[in-house]
Design a protein around this ligand. Structure first.
Ligand code: NIG
Ligand code: FE
Length: 407
């Protein structure tokens, strides 16, 4: 099957030189593109591309005219919790009336509320709901995604979530990575026995998750009031014993030392980073750990935003992801995330797009497969509607300028 796309107004994030695995610092502001381009997809891979002025004779099975439209690599959303059972719109109203995210968690709402609902729901229903969410974000351009467990908080519930993710991997043709996040909150029955829950994760749940090959990564909500530094260290060590690299929640609510602990344990990424200062930035320098910012959660919880400029200006890479979940960010819409990144984090459109393409791919270990327009990579491509410029995507916020995901 050979698809030819012609008259592409701009083909963005092309890669022609030596392999790029991520972009950092000043390089984030560069998004190489070709005006008036063509591109051939063959059997799901990028076969070739170039300038319309020099298009070769092509025998295509299908031709698509992209006059006025842009083509970009599909978004790589490296942090989501899209497998969940029910929305939490009641807590949304409670927060409007003055309760904080932490207040709600302390009274047994929040993650524990989601865990209750998830454990009541059967696997088929959970799968159907999650698939519908996945299909919706794909229509908004998401071409690869990470999904976490963490609303089971017991053996059966965590396995149920991870099996739903496995079924999504089997049935949906975009790359999906699974993270094991049993250490998301202490379940009610372990409130007085935190050590018991850590042991349950390490000695009972993790070995089964690993034996069944249900997870790619190990995650911990490293935060005051959730899992502290010593607990996080034990959990990450246990994950590594089964080959699960850490991808952790860090520094969302406090300067908890989560970033430093992630770097120390060779995390693939440290995610959230609302609370970041010099010490966190210093620890990231010289590491391969990707800082992943989740400004959709800061937006929805009304918190201060992540210091993206400081991180980029320190020469580091920045990745952006949605955090799609029912509590702190009930949206997986990457075009809207780009608008927040540009307006609130003061990232340029080019930086923001790099952060959700090549750097998103890097945070999923998919940089050789996704993230740029390169011959041989997967052709999970975004076709936009007719738009005047790349900047128009974050500018025209909420108005849906992705036409479709080709995959
Ligand atoms: O990334 N912070 C921890 N976990 C999620 C929120 C989960 C929830 O509230 O259900 C997050 O924001
Ligand atoms: Fe999260």
């Amino acid at each position: 099957m050979r698809l030819l796309i012609t008259n592409i107004k701009q083909l963005h994030n092309i890669e022609t030189n030596t392999a790029i695995t991520r972009v950092s610092g000043k390089d984030m502001s560069v998004l190489p593109y070709i005006d008036n381009a063509w591109l051939i997809v063959e059997n799901g891979r990028i076969h070739s591309f170039g300038d319309m002025g020099a298009m070769p004779e092509v025998n295509a099975d299908e031709t698509m005219d992209a006059t006025g439209k842009m083509v970009l690599p599909g978004w790589c959303d490296s942090h989501t919790h899209i497998v969940f059972a029910a929305p939490r719109d009641g807590e949304f109203v409670d927060r409007i009336k003055g309760l904080s995210y932490e207040d709600i968690a302390k009274r047994g709402g929040g993650i524990l509320n989601s865990a209750r609902r998830l454990n009541e729901m059967d696997e088929v229903e959970l799968y159907d709901q999650s698939l519908a969410r996945l299909q919706r974000v794909m229509a908004q351009g998401t071409g690869a995604i990470e999904i976490k467990s963490g609303y089971g908080l017991c053996l059966e519930g965590e396995l149920k979530m991870l099996r739903v993710i496995r079924k999504l991997k089997e049935n949906v043709k975009i790359p999906i990575k699974a993270s094991f996040l049993a250490a998301h909150a202490y379940p009610v029955e372990y409130k007085q026995d935190k050590e018991g829950y850590i042991k349950l994760i390490i000695e009972n749940i993790l070995p089964i998750v690993a034996a069944e090959g249900l997870a790619d990564y190990m995650d911990v909500f490293c935060e005051e009031g959730f899992f502290g530094i010593p607990e996080t260290e034990r959990l990450l060590d246990a994950g590594w014993k089964y080959g699960l690299k850490p991808k952790i929640h860090a520094n969302q609510l406090h300067y908890s030392g989560g970033v430093q602990v992630g770097v120390k344990h060779k995390a693939l990424s440290v995610d959230h980073l609302e609370c970041v200062e010099e010490a966190e930035i210093e620890s990231l320098k010289g590491s391969n750990t990707m800082p992943v910012l989740l400004p959709g959660a800061a937006f929805f919880l009304g918190m201060h935003y992540q210091p993206a400029r400081k991180i980029i200006d320190a020469g580091l890479p920045v990745c952006l992801a949605t955090d799609y979940n029912p509590g702190s960010c009930p949206s997986g819409n990457i075009p809207f995330l780009l608008s927040i990144a540009c307006t609130q984090l003061k990232m340029t459109p080019e930086e923001a797009v790099n952060a959700v393409t090549i750097n998103g791919a890097a945070a999923l270990e998919l940089d050789q497969e996704m993230g740029t327009i390169k011959v041989g990579k997967r052709a999970n491509l975004i076709l936009t509607k007719k738009i005047p410029s790349l900047a128009y995507i974050p500018y025209d916020y909420g108005n849906g300028n992705v036409d479709k995901l080709i995959y």
